[in-house]
Design a protein around this ligand. Structure first.
Ligand SMILES: [Fe+2]
Ligand SMILES: [Fe+2]
Length: 222
């Protein structure tokens, strides 16, 4: 029988919490920015806001929140192919919790399609997770200020003081507004590491019939 766990059940799951914690511990050793509960929660919140504004149902929004919250658990296995391994992990967790095959399919499709090397926004949940994940760039993801001059990812994240994803339904645009301290990183630094991610965001926005735009410190760049 299908019980269909909700986002709250996933958030309260000790099993999911353990994998998020352990995945982040591995990424810390590998020198990656924060991928723990803050990243998982930010992604779930961003996906929720976007799908709500676009008129998706409560149920679809809940599925997107689950996918966004769990999207990086595959890093507990290995950084390489973590989207695919995370999708398989999520399949086992959700199946054990009694989720229906339809809902499980939507979630594992999104998790398996979130990494820019292999991702395609194949459904609304995948597109929302891509946009939420790729735009989570912020100072608090940097683990130590000591690395901001030697590590470009740390430098760019540290330079970002504020981000906001804004939907304009009339103009059919989705704009990521960044406030960046240009004394810490240049706009070129940003695009050097995030170009692939921004191109994927364009495809994800296109899925919703929207044009993706980037605005840095009040200037439209894309
Ligand atoms: Fe990821
Ligand atoms: Fe992520």
């Amino acid at each position: 029988m299908n019980i269909n766990p909700t986002f709250i059940d996933i958030k309260n799951s000790e099993e999911v919490s353990t994998y998020i914690k352990q995945a982040d511990a591995s990424l810390k050793i590998l020198g990656y920015t924060e991928h723990s509960f803050a990243h998982a929660t930010q992604c779930a919140e961003k996906a929720e806001i976007l799908l709500k504004e676009l008129g998706y149902s409560e149920h679809e929004i809940d599925l997107a929140k689950i996918a966004a919250y769990m999207h990086d658990i595959g890093n507990v296995i290995n950084r390489i192919d973590h989207a695919q391994s995370g999708a398989i992990m999520a399949f086992r967790i959700l199946d054990k919790m009694g989720m229906s095959p339809e809902d499980t399919a939507a979630i594992i499709t999104a998790i398996g399609n979130h990494d820019e090397k292999t991702a395609v926004p194949v459904n609304a949940i995948a597109a929302a997770v891509i946009l939420a994940d790729k735009t989570d760039v912020r100072r608090s993801r940097v683990r130590s200020k000591d690395t901001i001059y030697s590590d470009i990812h740390d430098r760019v994240n540290y330079a970002v003081e504020k981000t906001e994803l804004k939907l304009n339904k009339e103009e059919k645009t989705l704009t990521e507004h960044f406030t960046i301290d240009l004394k810490i990183c240049s706009v070129m630094d940003y695009f050097e590491i995030f170009l692939d991610r921004m191109l994927l965001c364009c495809k994800a926005a296109n899925f919703f019939g929207l044009k993706f735009k980037i605005c840095i410190n009040g200037s439209n760049l894309l």
